[in-house]
Design a protein around this ligand. Structure first.
Ligand SMILES: N[C@@H](CCC(=O)N[C@@H](CS)C(=O)NCC(=O)O)C(=O)O
Length: 333
């Protein structure tokens, strides 16, 4: 995207010209950047990926230094909330919550309208874009959650949605509560990392590739990938309570956030409608059990999820995608 569009983005964020054609154009051009020639959705690269750790070039690991900005609707952000809660890091990393309904559709932004005066009480800003543009005035991609803000500078220092939970689980270990689960145990790390790649590609991002596909073929390919993988995971959970036996790990959190949104959002909004979660006995039992466990249900806001996806996440059906499901086999049973 060129400089001019960036400028428009910044102006839009500040002047809030709702539904303006400028905003529409900006959204379209952002969407175009993430659409391949065959209509497949290709997620934008992570912009702020400095790792947490010790030594030069790392974000220092300190209590009270960072603020995590989330939307309760967002699966990538929800993962962080679950991990922080399970590990007892709630009082180490503070959390700011944006409104699940975007300030204006279709412009890419999030607003702190849930807070008094419509401003984040710690950072004093109205929009997530304020933080991104204060960090880099030339930022010209979507303003995304989760985002980590360094409270010393007020700048975005990390929005690495894929790797963030690993930092909570490893670098922030000195701050874990007593008795916190080991979500990333050393003996399972290679397997967890490998499974997380699969869960990301086929499930977490798979539903987005279906929902944001710009051609019937790309949509059906994503739809098939999602259900092929759910069928495999359904088998995997036949005799176990978690993805790795009875050990709750980072992988469970990753799978779970998509399952929690499946029937309420993705099934309709993203047209992944071969089956509902509740049609998979093992996955449904697994998801319910986790929902009723500490950290999961208590961080889940179904109303936020429903309103976000159905009011401001679904692209209009301009590519005339016809849902592939539901599975009609049951009519003949
Ligand atoms: N940071 C990643 C993933 C995080 C992400 O996509 N978060 C969504 C919410 S689930 C978001 O903030 N979207 C803002 C937008 O699309 O404008 C990305 O850039 O694609």
């Amino acid at each position: 995207m060129n400089e001019q569009v960036v400028q428009e983005g910044a102006v839009c964020a500040i002047s809030r010209k709702s539904q303006s054609s400028e905003a529409e154009q900006q959204f379209k051009s952002l969407f175009a950047k993430e659409t391949a020639a065959d209509g497949s959705f290709i997620r934008q690269p992570v912009r702020f990926a400095t790792p947490f750790g010790h030594g030069e070039g790392k974000l220092p690991v300190e209590r009270g230094r960072y603020r995590l900005i989330v939307s309760k609707a967002c699966p990538w952000a929800h993962r962080q909330l679950i991990a922080l809660r399970l590990l007892g890091l709630d009082d180490v990393i503070s959390v700011g919550v944006v409104d699940p309904v975007r300030p204006k559709k279709p412009y890419s932004d999030w607003a702190f309208t849930l807070d008094q005066d419509g401003k984040d009480p710690v950072l004093g800003v109205q929009y997530l874009s304020d933080l991104y543009l204060a960090t880099d005035p030339t930022y010209n991609a979507r303003f995304t959650v989760p985002a980590i803000i360094d409270l010393k500078t007020g700048k975005v220092v990390n929005n690495d949605y894929f790797n963030l939970s690993y930092y909570w689980e490893t670098e922030f270990k000195p701050f874990h509560r007593e008795g916190a689960p080991d979500l990333f145990p050393a003996d399972l790390r290679p397997e967890i990392k490998a499974l997380n790649e699969v869960i990301f590609t086929d499930i977490n991002n798979g539903v987005y590739r279906a929902g944001f596909a710009a051609s019937q073929t790309a949509y059906e390919e994503a739809y098939d990938t999602v259900f092929r993988r759910l069928d495999v995971l359904e088998q995997r959970l036949e005799n176990s309570t978690c993805l790795f036996g009875d050990r709750l790990t980072d992988s469970d959190i990753r799978l779970w956030v998509t399952l929690a949104r499946f029937d309420i959002a993705y099934y309709n909004a993203f047209r992944v409608n071969r089956n509902r979660l509740t049609d998979f006995p093992n996955l449904w039992r697994y998801a319910r059990r986790l929902y009723q466990s500490p950290g999961f249900g208590e961080t889940t806001d179904f109303d936020a999820i429903k309103r976000h996806y159905h009011l401001c996440c679904v692209p209009s059906n301009e590519y005339k995608i016809v849902p592939k499901g539901p599975d009609l086999a049951g009519w003949n049973l």
